[in-house]
Design a protein around this ligand. Structure first.
Ligand SMILES: [Zn+2]
Length: 231
C-alpha cells in the first residue's frame, strides 16, 4: 500500500504518506532481484483464487496522486510491473481535499487525461468512492451511492471495467463490505496489516503499508517474513 511517490520537505504534514522516488525505485529493484512480479489487483486476482501460482506482490496506490504517473509509472514499466491506482471519482484533477480538516499537506490528483496516460502505460485503476468519505460515518442511504457510483463514474469516463475497490481511510464494517460486493466489485482492500493469502476474504484484503520510513531492511522483513501478519 502506497499513497504518494514524491520527495517532500520536512515541513510536510503526514510526510509518511510520501515515499521518495529513489526509495521506491530501490524497493521495486529488490522485488525484481528476489524474483517477485509486481501486479495490479486485476492481475493479482488469479493468484488469490488459486488459479495461478507464483511469486507475486500486489502494488496499490491510494487516492490517485499525479506524482505516481510522473514518478512511479516509469519505474514500474522499467521492471515490467503493473499496479492499481484507486481513484476518487468526484475529485479527479483536484487534490486530497478530504484531508483539509486535518491540515494534511495538499497534493494534486491526476486529471482525466493523466489517468488515461496511467492506463496507457499498462497500469490499472480501481475505485476509492466518489468523495473519499469515511463510509462508517455517513447515512446508510448514501453508502451504496458512494461505492457504486464511483464505479459507474469511472467506467463511463475511462471506458474500462472497474473491478477493484479500496475503503477510504481503511474504514468499513460488515454491511459496507456486503454493499461493496453487491455493487459489483470482485476485490476490496483495507488497511488491515498483513499478507493476503488464498484464504483471505477478497472483499477485506489486508495490505502492507510502505511509508517514507520504510527502509530497505524493513521493506524486506515486510515482504519476506510474517512481520506484518502478526501486527
Ligand atoms: Zn484514500
Amino acid at each position: 500500500m502506497y499513497h504518494s511517490i514524491e520527495k517532500m520537505p520536512k515541513s510536510t504534514i503526514m510526510r509518511s504518506l510520501h515515499v521518495p522516488p529513489r526509495r521506491f525505485k530501490f524497493q521495486m529493484w529488490l522485488l525484481k532481484i528476489l524474483g517477485f512480479k509486481g501486479l495490479s489487483m486485476r492481475q493479482l486476482k488469479p493468484y488469490l483464487t488459486g488459479e495461478k501460482q507464483g511469486k507475486v506482490v500486489g502494488i496499490t496506490f491510494d487516492d490517485g496522486y499525479q506524482n505516481i504517473l510522473l514518478n512511479a509509472a516509469p519505474i514500474l514499466k522499467k521492471y515490467n510491473f503493473t499496479a492499481t491506482c484507486y481513484v476518487v471519482s468526484q475529485r479527479i484533477g483536484v487534490s486530497n481535499t478530504w484531508d483539509l480538516k486535518n491540515k494534511i499537506t495538499q497534493r494534486p490528483l491526476m486529471d482525466l487525461s493523466e489517468i488515461n496516460k496511467w492506463i496507457g502505460q499498462g497500469m490499472d485503476v480501481g475505485a476509492h468512492t466518489q468523495t473519499h468519505k469515511d463510509l462508517t460515518q455517513i447515512e446508510d442511504g448514501n453508502i451504496f451511492d458512494e461505492i457504486k457510483n464511483c464505479k459507474l463514474d469511472l467506467e463511463k469516463s475511462l471506458n474500462i471495467s472497474i473491478e477493484d475497490f479500496c475503503y477510504p481511510f481503511g474504514r468499513f464494517n460488515e454491511s459496507i463490505r456486503d454493499l461493496t460486493k453487491k455493487a459489483g466489485y470482485s476485490s476490496a482492500t483495507t488497511m488491515i496489516r498483513g499478507r493476503a493469502t488464498q484464504k483471505s476474504d477478497k472483499m477485506l484484503l489486508p495490505r502492507i503499508p510502505i511509508t517514507h520510513h520504510t527502509l530497505p531492511h524493513l521493506f524486506l522483513a515486510k515482504i519476506l517474513t510474517n512481520y506484518e501478519d502478526k501486527r
